[in-house]
Design a protein around this ligand. Structure first.
Ligand code: ZN
Ligand code: ZN
Length: 240
């Protein structure tokens, strides 16, 4: 009751508005229906390994030239949203602008993939595993964006989540590094904690997939620790 009164009072002072067009909103999701519908998804014509999108429409998802020459420890990565200015801004505001409430719309985009993409629908007995942050970075940022996303996605879809990875080493920022340099930078940065319990598949959850080096390092340690897993796949909000 107190929480309800507080929330009504808060709404009077700070009415909930769409994070993109500032239209007034009723519900919990901080984006209006029009902006939500027009956010550009990755749906047709994308690399079936790394989710890089191609111009035009393809009947089957091809493999991009980059993935032809690479091997990953995960089966495939799927991003919900294309790297458009509006989508990128949304994720950056969530992560660096400390707008944690934006998770409610970001998780909705990811839930669409979990519930509608035939490859994800075919995965049984899965658990969501967030990419961990080093404790110091988490302390400085105030939250782990991937962990919050996994929790919200779990609430929306009913797929459980477990904090199964640990970041042991503080790594420098990856933004200006090449793929090879990123892999070197991350080598040995993660370890597994806990058991896989009865789960047969792991869905690694992150905000952005760029070169895939972070997902690769996470998948590598999980695969080594749990060689009997049926699937290790990756789900992100954005393809960077
Ligand atoms: Zn809007
Ligand atoms: Zn690819």
């Amino acid at each position: 009751m107190i929480r309800r009164i507080f929330s009504v009072l808060l709404d009077c002072v700070y009415p909930t508005v769409c994070c993109q067009c500032e239209a007034l909103l009723d519900g919990d999701v901080p984006m209006c229906d029009a902006c939500y519908t027009s956010a550009v998804r990755i749906s047709d014509g994308y690399c079936k390994v790394c989710s890089e999108d191609f111009d035009g429409v393809f009947s089957e998802n091809p493999v991009c030239p980059n993935c032809h020459s690479l091997e990953f420890s995960f089966e495939y990565a799927k991003a919900a949203l294309k790297n458009t200015g509006a989508n990128r801004q949304l994720v950056l505001t969530y992560k660096y602008g400390k707008r944690q409430y934006l998770v409610r719309v970001l998780a909705k985009f990811c839930a669409e993939v979990l519930e509608e993409d035939p490859r994800f629908k075919g995965i049984d007995n899965a658990v969501l595993v967030p990419v961990p942050l080093h404790w110091w970075r988490k302390f400085r940022r105030g939250f782990n964006q991937s962990e919050l996303l996994s929790k919200e996605l779990s609430t929306l879809t009913g797929v459980p989540w477990r904090d199964m990875l640990k970041r042991d080493r503080y790594t420098t920022t990856q933004t200006r590094l090449s793929r090879g340099e990123r892999l070197d930078n991350l080598n040995g940065a993660f370890s597994v904690r806990g058991e896989v319990e009865g789960f047969r598949s792991i869905i690694i959850v992150d905000d952005v997939f760029t070169t895939g080096s972070t997902s690769e390092e996470c998948a590598k340690v999980l695969k080594k620790e749990f060689p009997k897993l049926e699937n290790i796949v990756v789900l992100t909000v954005l393809r960077g």
